[in-house]
Design a protein around this ligand. Structure first.
Ligand SMILES: Cc1cc2nc3c(=O)[nH]c(=O)nc-3n(C[C@H](O)[C@H](O)[C@H](O)COP(=O)(O)O)c2cc1C
Length: 411
């Protein structure tokens, strides 16, 4: 079975039929409009309450069976602001239930364990129009990276010079191509909180520590307050120093953060980013760092830098003293921005450790994995929710009555 999900704002039959003709079997077509995909809110219900199922009963839940059981999934996507747009990003984020919270080491780095026995090939199509060469590259790198972690073979569909499929192989991110350049002392720093979590957000903890230490020099804004987006986006060109702090979501930003980026226009000033993530090795955020460099170029701003910190999931559960130790370098980092306009290189290096898992960590992981130590964090939550016995559920495995996709572009 081949499932084709058309996430574009204006689907056109010509593209669909040209892409269909690249395959021996006709894909099952489904157009999915933006309002049909809710953005992931990071509640972890799909991991600790209803294993494998998202809390949202929207189109993403409806198509899950046709995603998981397909031999190939073809995704037709729009781009915006030099990246996949927020609709495509929301689709990626909402695939998280198809994997376990449990970690395993693959080729020396952390991966989530698979929930299903097999995953579809992923075929990606997006129009290159309006993208700079480095933006096309960063999108392609992001897609090949994501498919690799999703255990899917990845292909990119090219339109020009003729409709063709190109296999994408996993590759390193092209990050650190832009040097921090902002140099002016900052009187007031606007910091956006990009976590969609309604409670217990790690980003919120980090920002509270920063705000407590730097007082009125920092202004915190929470991107969950969508009613203020239009106002904030119109203020952006007049605000000289802006920083986004966010959790890593499927190798990039949460989709609502992308939706806000789409509203920003080029302007003078500086721009910086703080990314924190669940996996310990900060290199997982390199693909996003590469995009942030492109975004800064696109918005014609001076770059403050991108700070990356791994191993942050669970920060909210640590005792106060442990939290303080983790939060201190973030406070210092923002101090360096206020003082010199850009993130101090030694602090960036300190936060980023470890960038990759060392041989010693890998050895310890192999030694301790059989004891179940690394499962505890998730198992406790599963037990608390009476969901432990269902932790290996595969709710979307094909059944005889696997309903076919029924929306056709022509009907
Ligand atoms: C949908 C989703 C995708 C995620 N993807 C990644 C990822 O690709 N790599 C990673 O290290 N952590 C990933 N995480 C973990 C978050 O980055 C981590 O839990 C973070 O600390 C959450 O921050 P917050 O509490 O401020 O939202 C993901 C979390 C969610 C909910």
């Amino acid at each position: 079975m081949i499932s084709l999900f058309d996430l574009r704002a204006t689907p056109d039959p010509e593209t669909v039929s040209a892409i269909g003709s690249l395959h021996e079997e006709e894909p099952r077509y489904r157009a999915i409009f933006p309002a049909e995909i809710k953005a992931c809110i990071g509640c972890w219900s799909c991991w600790v309450k209803t294993p494998g199922r998202c809390v949202f009963k929207d189109t993403m839940a409806e198509i899950a069976r046709d995603y998981v059981n397909a031999d190939k999934v073809i995704l037709l996507m729009d781009t915006a602001q030099g990246f996949l747009n927020h609709v495509a990003k929301a689709f990626m984020d909402r695939t998280i239930p198809h994997y376990h919270p449990y970690i395993e080491i693959v080729d020396g780095e952390c991966h989530h364990k698979v929930r299903y026995d097999r995953y579809p090939e992923l075929h990606f199509y997006y129009d290159e129009q309006g993208l700079a060469e480095e933006e096309t590259q960063v999108i392609e790198d992001y897609l090949s990276r994501t498919a690799y972690q999703f255990r899917s073979k990845a292909y990119r569909i090219h339109k020009n010079p003729a409709w063709t499929l190109k296999e994408l192989s996993p590759r390193r991110a092209r990050n650190k191509t832009l040097q921090p350049r902002a140099a002016a002392k900052v009187d007031q720093l606007i910091i956006y909180n990009g976590s969609p979590r309604l409670s217990g957000s790690n980003t919120a903890l980090i920002l509270k520590a920063i705000s407590d230490a730097h007082g009125s020099k920092v202004v915190l804004r929470d991107l969950k307050q969508k009613n203020l987006w239009a106002q904030w986006a119109s203020n952006f060109p007049h605000e000289s120093a802006v920083l986004f702090a966010l959790p890593l979501y499927v190798h990039a930003m949460p989709s609502h953060v992308m939706a806000f980026f789409e509203m920003l226009s080029p302007s003078k000033g500086s721009l910086g980013f703080i990314v924190q993530q669940g996996f310990p090795e900060s290199s997982h955020s390199y693909y996003l760092e590469a995009y942030f460099e492109n975004l800064t170029r696109r918005l014609q701003r001076d770059y403050m830098g991108t700070a990356i910190k791994g191993g942050i999931e669970g920060l909210q559960l640590r005792p106060a003293k442990g939290q303080k130790k983790i939060l201190a370098p973030f406070v210092e980092l923002v101090g360096s921005v206020l003082e010199n306009g850009q993130m101090a290189a030694p602090l960036l290096a300190k936060l980023a450790k470890p960038e990759y898992l060392s041989k010693g960590i890998l050895f310890l992981f192999r030694l301790l994995a059989p004891t179940g130590l690394f499962l505890l964090y998730w198992d406790r939550q599963l037990q608390k929710n009476n969901a432990y016995s269902r932790r290996f559920d595969k709710p979307y495995t094909a059944t005889k009555d696997n309903r076919p996709l029924d929306t056709s572009l022509d009907s």
